[in-house]
Design a protein around this ligand. Structure first.
Ligand code: OXD
Length: 309
């Protein structure tokens, strides 16, 4: 019985080598070089085409190569009885937290302003708001969101977090549900989106949400491009309701050359690097999930088909 590996990332060969090293007893074949589809029991995947997984007759486990599973859930034909799990890698959580802390601090300390001033040899000081009087809010308190909120708390910000269901995280003020969202938005100078992409969160970064933030807030989207309504963002930036948007994820990646995001003075574009997967450690985590499944145990970080995360 074999494992199918489906991945179109530029470093797919490196992943395959590391996965084979992490589970030498398994036969891992990379699509399209699979010799016998009937023998495939486990699929390690990223962004398979619609209907692909449902054509594997003896599939008993689907593992996402990344933290997100929206690339699997988007396929309405996925076999409903096959468990799906995702990689939760502490290294990725640290990378995400560092990226977010960096973007919040750059904005908070007005570092871009000094870079521009240096360009015209201007010596002018701007006093930052105290971190302790500045609220940062992470929407989505999964493993990545929780780590980011903890980091911001360690940096001295008033760190808040919001999730659908109540959570408790030391050092973080946690809000939940519809009511909690309005309450926390009203005080968030920095709003970070790390929500899973589901029917409920599609387009959540919209006019109504931006209007509830304090004027001049910064938003950071490290979740998925579909969380954001582009026209609402441009309007909020142009009116000053938002001072800056940091975007690391896009509906189309790479971001097309002619996209307006590239040229807006208050949008920072990065190429989906906020939490790059680390194949060395992720291969070990995937190998453990495979071993658990082979031993008849529920693999860690299984997702629910009902909630989509
Ligand atoms: C992921 C991602 O989901 O890189 O892992 O976006």
């Amino acid at each position: 019985m074999s494992i199918l590996f489906y991945c179109n990332w530029p470093n797919a060969d490196e992943w395959l080598t590391l996965l084979r090293q992490a589970m030498p007893e398994e036969t891992i074949e990379s699509w399209p070089g699979v010799t016998n589809i009937d023998a495939v029991e486990i699929a390690l995947v990223w962004a398979t085409p619609t209907g692909f997984l449902s054509k594997i007759p003896n599939l008993s486990l689907i593992l996402s190569l990344g933290a997100g599973v929206d690339h699997i859930m988007a396929d309405k034909d996925i076999p409903r009885d096959v468990p799906i799990a995702r990689v939760v890698d502490p290294i990725m959580a640290d990378r995400m937290a560092e990226y977010i802390a960096g973007q919040v601090l750059r904005h908070h300390l007005q570092l871009d302003r000094y870079r521009d001033q240096a360009g015209v040899k201007t010596w002018q000081r701007h006093f930052p708001r105290d971190a302790g009087k500045t609220t940062t809010t992470v929407l989505g308190l999964g493993s990545l969101g929780q780590r980011a909120a903890e980091y911001l708390s360690c940096l001295g910000f008033r760190s808040c977090g919001w999730s659908r269901n109540p959570k408790t995280i030391p050092g973080v003020d946690c809000y939940a549900g519809e009511g909690g969202l309005g309450e926390v938005l009203a005080k968030s100078q920095h709003l970070i989106c790390l929500l899973p992409l589901t029917d409920d969160t599609f387009g959540i970064l919209n006019k109504s949400l931006f209007d509830q933030l304090p004027e001049g807030a910064q938003i950071i989207n490290c979740a998925r491009g579909h969380h954001l309504q582009d026209d609402a963002l441009f309007a909020a930036l142009d009116s000053g309701q938002l001072s800056e948007a940091v975007l690391d994820v896009f509906v189309t990646e790479p971001l097309p050359q002619d996209h307006r995001f590239w040229t807006h003075p208050n949008i920072v574009v990065t190429p989906h690097i906020s939490s790059l997967s680390e194949p060395t450690s992720s291969a070990q985590i995937l190998a453990q999930q495979v071993a658990d499944h082979r031993a008849g145990k529920i693999p860690e970080n299984q997702i629910s088909l009902d909630t989509g995360y």
